[in-house]
Design a protein around this ligand. Structure first.
Ligand SMILES: [Zn+2]
Length: 205
């Protein structure tokens, strides 16, 4: 009998399944489960139930792809939001981080990733087609490229910016400036830096 066979099957199953999550490996999966098991039983059941509810009810908005519990998210459905301004972000958490500032009155577009050739992620894997469709449909005036301030985020912004300017020369395309440190992530940035980066955006031409 090997050492591994002694792991309880339910524990092994949980770790194996969690390991499938992108950027999670067996080690992170194990760390998560073992940490969870340190909590009182009722606490860990509450967490598991919350995850269950989230995975059952959450999906991507059919317009902007942000994670929501409705077919169309509250931001897209809000008639006070200006659909002629689209802020493009990599992931939902970036949009919700910007949203917390409470200053931006346009809508978002979540790419669901960034161009990363080394990981085999190409432009076709992102929601770029739908972005172009929305620009046309709503007569968009400005597209703010708020991908992360790192090599891949920059490359993604340049790619999409080029595409938009070629297809829709009248649209203003801007890139958030970074008081944010290069190599950092929007979701981890502080409010003042993020607000500055939204305000001092530069125009791509
Ligand atoms: Zn939406």
């Amino acid at each position: 009998m090997s050492f591994k066979d002694k792991i309880p099957p339910s524990l092994k199953k949980a770790i194996d399944l969690l390991s499938v999550i992108p950027s999670y490996g067996e080690r992170s999966a194990g760390r998560f489960i073992y940490s969870l098991l340190k909590l009182k039983k009722e606490e860990r059941i509450k967490i598991a139930e919350a995850i269950m509810e989230a995975v059952k009810n959450l999906r991507n908005c059919k317009e902007c792809f942000i994670v929501t519990d409705k077919e169309v998210c509250d931001i897209c459905a809000d008639s006070e939001r200006n659909k002629r301004f689209i802020c493009v972000v990599e992931e939902s958490q970036d949009a919700y981080t910007i949203e917390k500032l409470g200053r931006y009155t346009g809508v978002y577009h979540v790419l669901l990733g960034r161009i990363a050739p080394l990981e085999g992620i190409s432009p076709q894997d992102l929601t770029i087609d739908k972005l172009l469709e929305r620009i046309e449909k709503y007569g968009v005036k400005e597209v703010i490229l708020a991908t992360n301030p790192n090599v891949e985020g920059e490359a993604t912004a340049n790619y999409i910016g080029g595409l938009i300017l070629k297809r829709f020369p009248a649209v203003k395309v801007t890139r958030t400036s970074y008081g944010l440190q290069f190599g950092s992530l929007i979701e981890l940035s502080d409010e003042i830096s993020l607000e500055k980066s939204m305000e001092n955006r530069r125009e791509l031409k």
